[in-house]
Design a protein around this ligand. Structure first.
Ligand SMILES: Cc1cc2nc3c(=O)[nH]c(=O)nc-3n(C[C@H](O)[C@H](O)[C@H](O)COP(=O)(O)OP(=O)(O)OC[C@H]3O[C@@H](n4cnc5c(N)ncnc54)[C@H](O)[C@@H]3O)c2cc1C
Ligand SMILES: *[C@@H]1O[C@H](CO)[C@@H](O)[C@H](O)[C@H]1NC(C)=O
Ligand SMILES: *[C@@H]1O[C@H](CO)[C@@H](O)[C@H](O)[C@H]1NC(C)=O
Ligand SMILES: *[C@@H]1O[C@H](CO)[C@@H](O)[C@H](O)[C@H]1NC(C)=O
Ligand SMILES: CC(=O)N[C@H]1CO[C@H](CO)[C@@H](O)[C@@H]1O
Length: 366
């Protein structure tokens, strides 16, 4: 048996632990400061504060990330079909490009994501909208595909429940799975947190808080930085049914975004912000005013008056200069830096971690 400690209970740590537990020779403890079922989640715990949808950001030549996101798309589609309790819902995802962005940023050339083409284009039913389907005085072009929305904290609770099912839900002395609340000061201490003795391997899925670990390599610490996001959770009385993004360009507020995710239970996520290196918890009260003004201007077909906003969520997308780090260094496997894409990339990243763990097990003859 292989004893593995996963540090972190965000979507990345949970998905990695889930995939490791499928192998009956693995025994997994998740150690984490915070868990998805916590009532009061600090804003430095990113996953519960996300939207979340699938819209791969991989560039045309980034095959590595495309492959990771592709795995996620198929996995979520399977979950939608077989596990309604996971709270992942199929939704059309529509994307509008305003004329000013088209001219100033895209230089008058229509830009579509990598998944618009080939087999993936067919899989997601990608299509450019006809001019009759949008307001041509505001938008240069638009496209849509078969997307999905994840109710983040519920989905993460589902992952936990699946793990109890796989390992046996009653914690016995030889259960393959356990949760421990704790703050790891340095990753070397994490080996002592396994519920069955000294761990063989530690998986580092700590997200943005990793910067506080004592034993992280200084050059790695430099690379991790947050991009702050803000979303409002409103009662969906607008009539909106599709996941919707307006590819906003407001030169006066370059870090503001405009997107919507109608969740299954009648919540509407309204975003957003993209503020590099901002750790503030403060939400500027004039932000929502600008947001609603933009809603009314770009999407007047929906009802924006008297919108009931239930909650404001602030999160810090854990970015890393150089992109995702998924690699093994001795007895530590790193898996972090998923930035704005932790949900869509989680399944693909977990596949890579399992490969690294198996490679280690083969080499050390477990
Ligand atoms: C507003 C917003 C919208 C987003 N929308 C989307 C979207 O639509 N689609 C998408 O794919 N992604 C989206 N993201 C990005 C996504 O949320 C992140 O990429 C993802 O949540 C990162 O997950 P994580 O597991 O790496 O980190 P986290 O969720 O931050 O988890 C880190 C975990 O590690 C624990 N931890 C950290 N340090 C220690 C320590 N020393 N000891 C013990 N425990 C520790 C924490 O308690 C926590 O449990 C969005 C993000 C934001 C903020
Ligand atoms: C653990 O991961 C974080 C990023 O999540 C990274 O900054 C840090 O260097 C890693 N820790 C160690 C000890 O390598
Ligand atoms: C972070 O955002 C807040 C609120 O919008 C703003 O007041 C502050 O100036 C920003 N800080 C940085 C470092 O950008
Ligand atoms: C580990 O060894 C097994 C059996 O020899 C093999 O099937 C598998 O591909 C190996 N895995 C890795 C990741 O090397
Ligand atoms: C897509 C969606 O969830 N729409 C819902 C928006 O909210 C109203 C009122 O709660 C629901 O009736 C819709 O189904």
């Amino acid at each position: 048996m292989t004893k593995i400690v996963v540090v972190g209970s965000g979507v990345v740590g949970l998905t990695v632990a889930h995939e490791l537990l499928k192998d009956e020779t693995n025994q997994v403890t998740i150690v984490s400061q915070q868990f998805p079922t916590d009532f009061d989640v600090s804003t430095l715990y990113t996953s519960p504060n996300a939207g979340a949808n699938w819209h791969s950001f991989a560039s045309d030549d980034d095959i590595f990330t495309q492959e990771i996101d592709k795995i996620g798309y198929f996995k979520y589609k399977e979950i939608i079909k077989n596990s309604p309790e996971a709270d992942v819902t199929a939704r059309t995802d529509v994307h509008y490009v305003p004329i000013n962005k088209f001219n100033k940023v895209y230089k008058g050339i229509k830009k579509f994501p990598w998944f618009a083409y080939g087999d993936m284009g067919k899989t997601v039913n990608f299509r450019e909208l006809d001019e009759s389907e949008y307001d041509t005085t505001k938008f240069a072009y638009a496209y849509q595909y078969d997307g999905l929305v994840i109710r983040t904290s519920y989905y993460m609770t589902y992952l936990l429940n699946e793990m109890w099912k796989m390992s046996g839900s009653v914690e016995t002395s030889n259960s393959r799975f356990s949760l421990r609340r704790g703050t790891i000061k340095k990753l070397l201490d994490a080996y002592d947190y396994h519920h069955l003795g000294k761990a063989d391997l530690v998986i580092n899925c700590t997200g943005i808080l990793s910067k506080e670990l004592i034993d992280l390599e200084p050059e790695e610490k430099e690379k991790v930085y947050p991009i702050r996001g803000i979303v409002f959770v409103a009662e969906n009385t607008t009539g909106m049914k599709k996941i919707t993004a307006v590819d906003l360009l407001d030169p006066q507020y370059p870090e503001e975004r405009l997107y919507f995710m109608p969740r299954r239970e009648g919540e509407l996520i309204i975003g957003g912000a993209y503020q590099v290196n901002n750790y503030s918890k403060v939400v500027d009260p004039t932000f929502i005013v600008r947001l609603i003004t933009r809603c009314k201007y770009y999407l007047p077909q929906y009802k924006w008056d008297n919108l009931n906003i239930i909650r404001t969520q602030v999160g810090y997308r854990p970015f890393r200069k150089g992109g995702y780090r998924i690699e093994r260094k001795g007895k530590i496997v790193h898996c972090y830096g998923m930035g704005a894409a932790g949900f869509q990339s989680s399944w693909g990243c977990a596949v890579k971690v399992v490969d690294l763990v198996n490679d280690y097990k083969n080499k050390s003859k477990f």
